[in-house]
Each structure stands twice: as C-alpha cells, then as structure tokens.
Design a protein around this ligand. Structure first.
Ligand SMILES: C[S@@+](CC[C@H](N)C(=O)[O-])C[C@H]1O[C@@H](n2cnc3c(N)ncnc32)[C@H](O)[C@@H]1O
Ligand code: SF4
Length: 417
C-alpha cells in the first residue's frame, strides 16, 4: 500500500527525502504572510461513539467540554494576539466530533475569533442529525452560522444498522430545515458499503433533495486500521461504477461537482474546510497549513489543556517543507476541487506549473485524466476516479498511520512518512 504513495512522493518531489514530522514548533505562527487563509476549530465530543469513525473524539461530559472550550478560547487568543492587526480570512469551520455539544459557548468562540480575524465567506458547522431541531438551528443562525453540514451517512435502515447509526426521521428533518435558512445545507453520506447498489445510493440522494439539501457529500467508506469497524470495503471496479453512475445522476439533476466527493445545486454553494491554500486550525487534532510548514495539534484533550494553561501552543508535530514538498501539498489539496488553475500555482510559487510538472501534466493528458481549458487543468471523470483511488492509498498510508500513532501518544518524537 505505502509503496504507491512512497514512489509517487519520490517522483513528484524529485527526492528520496520522506515527509518528516518533528516534535518541535513555532510559538508565533507566520500566518500574516498567507493570502487565502481559512480557519478550522475542532470540538471533539460526541453523545455516542461510532465504530467506523477515525476522528479525534471522546464521549461528552459537560465538565471536560467546558474545560476544553476555555483552553480553545485561550489558544485563539495566543495565536490571534501575536499579529499586530486583524487578519482577513475566507471562512471558519467548526468540525468534530459534534460541535453543537458546546452550543452554549459558540457565540463566545466566534466573538473571540472576530477579535483577531475578519471572516469574509461565512461560518460552517458539522451537525449530527439529532442536532437538527428548530431550537438548535435558530441558535446557530443567531450565533452567525451560515452553512451547515449534517452527517446522515445513510437514510436506509439496512446501512444504518451496519454502521450502528440510529434512524433519521426525514419529515422532521425537512420541517426543521424549512424554518431556518442557511446559505448551504449539506448532507454527508458514506458510500461503497457492502452490496450497495446505485438504486440504494440514489434513494439516499433523492431523500436528501427532498429534505432540503443543496449540497451533498458522498464519502467512500474507508476502513481505518485502528477503528473497530467490521464493514468490508467494496472492490475497485464496483466502486468506480457506483461513483460514475451517481455523478451522472447529479449532473442530470443540474448539480455541479465542486470537489471529488461533493455536488451542489450551483457553483456558489460550498461547504469545504479543505480546499484552501492555507489554514489555521484550533483545538485538539486540528492541523495548520502555512507557506512553509504544516503542523498538527495534540490529539489528547488533557495534554491540550495543560499546554494551553502554560501559555504554550498545543502543537504536537511540525513538518517544514522543501519547496517541492509544498508544491505536492498544494497540488494534492487543490486537485481535490477537481480543478487546478495554472495562474494560481504561478502566484503561489512564483514559477509556472508547466516548468515544474510539464511532463506529468502531459502524461495525465495522454492518459485522459485531465483536459486544459483556458489556463485551468480540469479532471475528467476518469481522472476524478483515479484521484479518489489514490486518495484512498494516501489516507491509509499517511493519515491512518499518523492518526493511529497520535491517538495513543500526545507528543510523539518524530513521524516519517
Ligand atoms: C465528524 S463527522 C460528521 C458530524 C457528526 N459527528 C455525525 O456523525 O453526524 C464527519 C463525516 O466523516 C465521514 N466519515 C466518518 N468516518 C468515515 C469513514 N470511515 N469512511 C468514510 N467517511 C467517514 C462521515 O460521512 C461523517 O459525516
Ligand atoms: S461519526 Fe460523528 S457522531 Fe460518530 S463518532 Fe464520529 S464524530 Fe462522533
């Protein structure tokens, strides 16, 4: 598995050097120099734990949650106050876990963020279906939330049972959503579940349209080695057919593809905490990507709070990029949107993409993975599938390995990938 990602990394970075993450960090993060900066806040509490879920989360307790939010607010102060002036950022996303479990403190968190940052494209939050009530949605709207993303996973009882999720009442969902307006109402599904057919998936998508979604994410099921899920992964060919068929169905319904796994009713409807050039992450397990570095906060809640209480950042690991490594990161995450704008690459790196990756782009065109329109490289259906396929390798060789280590060790000495 990791042979594929290792060879790709060596080829594209033109070096044998692995990605090395070290247990050291900057006390003052150099984010002022970054254009197109996004913000992410992680809230790691859930009412029950799903056995397929790889994210950093623990069972909710009010006491621990309050202690954590106090530390989180302090982390925002530490980083925000290191800059002389307010920094313009694109968006703020709350993820988890189930961030609404800290709902009574959301306004306080957002006010703290607003002290140091100017958010220009709205605030998003992930919700569990049980959070979708008129009262909670109104509270979110009042706090300034403009986009919501609901983790449905599946509306079918067969797959809810396999995933260990409760039934979702679609009519109650629809009624609550119709009463409170949000610019983006996204719904998450997990697909490529055992024996799942196109009809099964189409039924989920139709129900999402009916309930009021204008943005839909379909994530292929990933079997992380450290989770306890017994769900079997689907074969490559079956998965490809399912992905191609559902993509065609979205297009038939007038939807646009705005990333490998997301579809929206218009190109202006978005929900993505990933497709940004740079981002600052707050909270345990949150990642930060800046011009020359990528860093990850500790996954351990108690260690997170103690570091913050010593007035130190809760960074567990940092990688300082070579130029080629940064290019790979940039390309990987930009390609996730299915488009790579050659002008944006030039603006970010000061050199043309054709000069750095002319041969690879030519090869991708010959294989039918991309087409070039104006100055933009766009993925074809085939290209999107292979990106998705490669992403699976990446997730299992890099993210699975790293998160697997970090969930047991708050501050590992070094990780080489
Ligand atoms: C933090 S959760 C969403 C919010 C909320 N906690 C919930 O469960 O409804 C983020 C999303 O990641 C996706 N996800 C979680 N585990 C996954 C896995 N093993 N494979 C693929 N997608 C997964 C799910 O679609 C999930 O909605
Ligand atoms: S899928 Fe959502 S509710 Fe389930 S454990 Fe993960 S974050 Fe919590």
């Amino acid at each position: 598995m990791s042979v594929v990602t290792t060879l790709t990394r060596m080829w594209l970075t033109k070096s044998f050097k692995p990605f090395t993450f070290k247990n050291e960090y900057d006390e003052k993060l150099p984010y002022e120099e970054c254009e197109s900066l996004g913000l992410y806040i992680h809230i790691p509490f859930c009412m029950s734990i799903c056995n397929f879920c790889p994210y950093c989360k623990v069972l909710y307790s009010k006491e621990l949650c309050d202690e954590y939010i106090d530390a989180l607010i302090k982390e925002i102060h530490i980083t925000g106050s290191s800059s002389g002036e307010k920094k313009q950022v694109t968006s703020l996303y709350f993820g988890g876990g189930t961030p609404v479990l800290a709902g009574n403190r959301l306004s306080e968190i957002i006010e703290t963020v607003n002290k140091y940052f100017i958010i220009t494209e709205g605030i998003g939050i992930e919700l569990h279906p049980e959070n979708v009530t008129y009262e909670t949605l109104s509270m979110l709207q009042k706090a300034g939330i403009t986009k919501i993303s609901i983790g449905i996973q599946s509306f079918s009882s067969k797959y809810q049972n396999i995933l260990g999720r409760n039934a979702v009442n679609i009519d109650e969902l629809k009624t609550a959503l119709s009463k409170v307006h949000f610019e983006t109402v996204s719904m998450d599904f997990i697909f490529a579940l055992p024996n799942q057919s196109f009809e099964d998936l189409k039924d989920d998508v139709d129900k999402a349209f009916y309930a009021g979604a204008n943005h839909i994410a379909i994530y292929p099921f990933i079997d992380f080695t450290y989770t306890k899920s017994s769900v079997e992964a689907m074969s490559k060919n079956e998965k490809r057919k399912l992905l191609d068929d559902i993509t065609a169905y979205f297009f038939e319904k007038g939807y646009v593809r705005n990333s490998i796994w997301t579809f929206a009713d218009s190109k202006n409807t978005g929900y993505s905490s990933m497709t940004r050039d740079n981002f600052l992450g707050f909270g345990c397990s949150a990642t930060t990507l800046l011009k020359n570095q990528f860093k990850i906060n500790t996954f351990d809640i108690k260690s997170y709070c103690s570091r913050i209480n010593e007035n130190k950042l809760p960074t567990s690991l940092t990688i300082r990029f070579t130029k080629r490594q940064r290019m790979i990161y940039w390309l990987f995450w930009t390609a996730y949107s299915t488009k790579v704008n050659a002008d944006d690459f030039k603006k970010f790196f000061g050199v043309s993409i054709e000069k750095m990756y002319g041969f690879e782009l030519w090869l991708a065109k010959v294989f039918g993975f991309i087409v070039k329109k104006d100055n933009i490289y766009e993925m074809t259906l085939k290209g999107a599938f292979y990106y998705h396929y490669y992403e699976n390798f990446y997730t299992l060789s890099y993210i699975d390995k790293m998160w697997g280590i970090m969930k047991d060790n708050p501050f590992p000495k070094e990780i080489k990938l």
